[in-house]
Design a protein around this ligand. Structure first.
Ligand code: HEM
Length: 264
């Protein structure tokens, strides 16, 4: 739901002054200070002198920033479904899908790295791996794929694990969608067979399916790129690498929405 863009109150780094927005030290706000660019551009400290390491770090950081936006959007989808504001939910899901398309497309940037160049710094990375991305698991849990086994694999100590535990305990999109259609007294099969009678629910179901598909397309694109970079070597995170990633391709957030297609 849209909320007015009024200045933050307590603890806000900026306040409105006579000359427009000012930062905490009273300086007039600038592009740099608003975006905290000095801090942001100082966060790419590689472990080696390898030329491609900067690209590698930036690409991962950009993914994590988009994951942050996705989590925020998925939370608003959940709130909107709970409040039966289905148009709002679809609007946010539309943004989710556009961002996911972008995430799929960005994989190609890493493919411009030659595997032999990647090897010049890869060994330094172990045991770090995308496998430990907390936000990636948050997206999975929030969407409906809850697997408590991943909690112990995540990076960081108590705080990250506690966050994931909370995601495990709170309702997922799958949960709130199931409650919604039950409340309306329809089954998923009804939705698809009598689409005209439940148009708003059907459109929501298709938007959720878009999200499911968007995420899976990223999995497919990622594993293709990984094979191109490391062949069948094990991952830095300690898994079998490509073989492990292929085993995740069957994961769906809303399996029922895929199954119903066979029943039409
Ligand atoms: C040269 C580039 C990359 C390579 C070679 C690579 C390789 C791998 C491998 C082998 C795994 C399996 C776990 C392990 O044993 O490490 C994995 C998992 C993962 N990677 Fe990557 N990766 C790359 C880039 C990226 C990027 C840019 C992201 C973006 C965030 C990413 C996110 C993930 C995630 C989220 C997982 C866990 C997937 C799951 O468990 O379903 N990876 N990666």
């Amino acid at each position: 739901m849209a909320t007015a863009g009024k200045p933050k109150e307590e603890g806000a780094p900026y306040r409105l002054g006579g000359m427009g927005f000012q930062d905490a030290s009273g300086r007039r706000l600038s592009y740099d200070s608003y975006l905290h660019l000095r801090e942001l551009l100082d966060l790419q400290q590689g472990l080696t002198e390898a030329h491609d390491e900067l690209l590698f770090i930036v690409v991962h950081q950009v993914y994590e920033l988009w994951f942050k936006v996705l989590i925020d959007e998925l939370e608003s989808v959940r709130t909107a479904i709970e409040a039966e504001e289905l148009r709002v939910a679809r609007h946010a899901l539309n943004r989710v899908k556009v961002i996911e398309d972008l995430l799929v497309e960005q994989v190609a940037v890493l493919e411009t790295m030659a595997p032999q160049d990647f090897l010049t710094f890869r060994s330094e990375l172990a045991p770090a791996s995308g496998f430990q991305s907390v936000q990636f698991r948050e997206i999975e849990f929030l969407s409906g794929l809850k697997d408590a086994g991943y909690i112990k694999a995540v990076d960081g100590e108590g705080e990250a694990r506690a966050r994931l535990q909370r995601r495990l305990d709170e309702p997922s999109l799958h949960d709130v969608f199931t409650v919604l259609i039950k409340r309306r007294g329809v089954t998923i099969r009804d939705l698809y067979r009598q689409g005209d009678r439940h148009a708003d629910l059907l459109e929501l179901a298709e938007a959720l399916l878009d999200h499911d598909e968007g995420f899976r397309l990223w999995r497919l694109r990622h594993v293709e790129m990984v094979e191109r970079q490391i062949g069948d070597k094990p991952g830095t995170g300690g898994s079998t690498g490509v073989r492990y990633l292929q085993s995740t391709l069957g994961k769906r957030f809303f399996p029922e929405l895929w199954e119903v297609r066979s029943q039409l």
